[in-house]
Design a protein around this ligand. Structure first.
Ligand SMILES: [Ca+2]
Ligand SMILES: [Ca+2]
Ligand SMILES: [Ca+2]
Ligand SMILES: [Ca+2]
Length: 268
């Protein structure tokens, strides 16, 4: 039995891996994963197990990895009745998600806060993550890449300010967590919505149409009959799960609901 975690990455400061989409919920793995690509089993393992355990699983012979997956299923089955219910699965996913987030925050905090101080200043952070842009500008090497990194920097700056709850310009570790994983926190709601809208609401009317929703992940010729299946199921998903009030658009409330859902899980 394999667990498929169909989730797409979210905004984060890992700039090389950055594709700013908050809407699909949190990325559980550092690996890129986009809907429509061939399925990445390693990715599932990571989402399911956490990075370290997943790495261990990769080394195991199939029989052993099957046996261990069985043991994990036992852990998901919280009331030990031999069945895994949707609620038990949800709790487990949530638990795995939280574990990933706290590992990610620890890792990035150590990486960016090299002197291990209480607080991290924007300038220090900026220097580490976007410092290379200064050289581009000095050397007159400003190209499209520079511009898109510049955009990411502006976005990070705005997010930084939103995460800086006490407004002293620095982030402590908790504030940094809210910066990295804004969809986890209520006071980051507006920034999550505005980042998502920035990405997807192309006509700027403050809501996401089905066309904008699909256009964000798939560039086809507009002919629905030749669309890959995953695009069809995204269309259905928009109608059934995203646009919950059925007015044909996703508004801010519907966007934030989606941003908070960690992932869609199914078995095969
Ligand atoms: Ca059970
Ligand atoms: Ca602060
Ligand atoms: Ca729109
Ligand atoms: Ca709606």
């Amino acid at each position: 039995m394999l667990l498929l975690a169909s989730l797409i990455n979210t905004a984060s400061v890992d700039q090389q891996q950055h594709k700013d989409r908050v809407i699909h919920g949190e990325r559980l793995s550092d690996r890129e994963h986009f809907a429509g690509e061939d399925h990445d089993y390693d990715y599932d393992h990571e989402a399911f197990l956490g990075t370290d355990e997943a790495r261990e699983f990769d080394q195991l012979p199939p029989e052993e990895s099957k046996r261990r997956l069985g043991l994990i299923v036992d852990r998901i089955d919280a009331n030990e009745d031999g069945y895994v219910t949707l609620d038990e699965m949800r709790d487990w996913i949530r638990f795995t998600q939280q574990r990933y987030i706290s590992e990610d925050v620890d890792r990035q905090w150590t990486q960016h806060n090299v002197e291990n101080k209480e607080d991290l200043g924007w300038e220090e952070y900026r220097q580490l993550v976007y410092g290379f842009l200064d050289e581009d500008v000095e050397d007159n090497h400003v190209d499209d890449d520079t511009m898109s990194y510049k955009k990411m920097e502006d976005r990070d700056r705005r997010r930084w300010q939103a995460a800086d709850e006490n407004g002293d310009g620095n982030l402590n570790k908790l504030e940094f967590k809210h910066f990295l994983h804004p969809e986890e926190t209520d006071h980051m709601r507006d920034i999550v919505i505005s980042e998502t809208m920035d990405d997807i609401d192309k006509d700027g009317d403050g809501k996401i149409s089905l066309q904008e929703y699909i256009g964000d992940m798939y560039r086809g010729d507009g002919d629905e009959s030749t669309e890959p299946d995953w695009v069809k199921s995204e269309r259905e998903s928009f109608r059934e799960h995203r646009d919950t009030n059925g007015d044909g658009f996703m508004d801010a409330d519907e966007v934030i609901k989606i941003a908070k859902i960690p992932m869609i899980v199914f078995f095969y």
